[in-house]
Design a protein around this ligand. Sequence first.
Ligand code: PHE
Length: 455
Amino acid sequence: MAQTTPNATRGGFSTSFGILAATLGSAVGLGNIWKVPYLTGANGGAGFLLIYLLATLLIGLPVMMAEISLGRSVRANPIKVLRTLSPGRQPWWLVGLSGMLAAFLIMSFYSEVVAWVFAYILKAVRGTIMSSDPAVTQADFAQLVADPLQSLLWQWLVLAAVASVLIMGVAQGIEAITKRLMPLLFILLLILGAVGLTLDGAQQAMQFLFWPDFSKITATVVLTAMGLAFFKLSIGMGTMMTYGSYFTANQNIPQTAVRVMLADLGVSMLAGVAIFPAVFTFGFAPSAGPSLVFITLPAVFSQIPFGHGLMVVFFVLTAVAAMGAMLSLMEVPTVILQERFQMRRSRAVLLATLLVALPGAGSALSHSILAHIHVAGFNLFDLPDFVSSNVLLPTGGIIIALFTGWVWGRDKLQAELSNHGQLRNAKLTTVVFVLLRYVTPLLIALVMLRGLRVF
Ligand code: PHE
């Protein structure tokens, strides 16, 4: 779903629908199906979701609009965009470097979760995981992640697949495929949600998802919710800036950002409604963590006609959705290596992939031979996740908001957001500007410092 041919004629996307699909392709991925449900379960449900929603509106949306605007105004990679727009030698471009680091860290655990999805496609085909018994599905998952060789090999297969798509430049083909397949994933989630609502635990699940209990909200929970908002919208690391550089001159940026946000939220909510009734019906723990979707969905599929075939389809579609997100993640280091260090595209992709494989191996082996290694209380799977979502992306967000609000300035932002006055959205863009200049950076900084216990 991702548009990932940076060196094809700058200006990349041609139709308005194509732009929407590509941007959505970056946003929608494992985040919706795997991360939102598991974090919601682990952080007490509706209260967490509410804060996530607030963070999306007050922080996510304005930062996303700023990134796309900056990217489109220069049409280059994030480092060059900020170098071009910065006065003198101010080092705002460093956000491009931190974006590159974030891409490596996110890919290192993301590719492992996709590795589990690949493994589950095979398990689903074999029909070995059709059970609603938590003990059975949990054991099955535990066995997979405890196997160092399987964990590594599946991950390498994922990385090889991503690298070949990037090198062969068949991203356009992938995009065409994803565009057609994503509605199918949506329909499948609708079916699963409908099935979920017929289960005994449906009412309890709805209460858990939509009736906030603020007693569970701590500073860490707020930070996690904000980090999720960044991760979900692919912002704070230059992905949206890169995509913005492919936007056409007459694309309505605010409208596109709002649509992407709404569709993205919709998919996440559907995934929640598909998963949580089964959690309460069959006695899974909502706080199971990263394994949640892998242990509960087989239970849902075991309850429906054609469940076996549908489970195969589901994991294949999830892998496809994840592919769009991974292509956009890898695009950031690839374009930077290519344009900044004059590397050939294939070299840049290979180097970026190697740089992912290294920390990636840590994530892959974090539930087996490296399980004993902990850094600051995190294992090697949770560590890159925590550092990227809760430190690097928010820091990137602060820098982008400050740069837009104080350096680039109101006129240029409004010119870009209104297509140089063609769109009559001055009120809206004023709100966006005020948020970026005053509210967003302060809010991010406060949540981050409190969440990291700096004060
Ligand atoms: N937004 C993607 C998801 O939810 C992950 C992602 C993060 C993609 C950052 C690009 C950049 O799966």
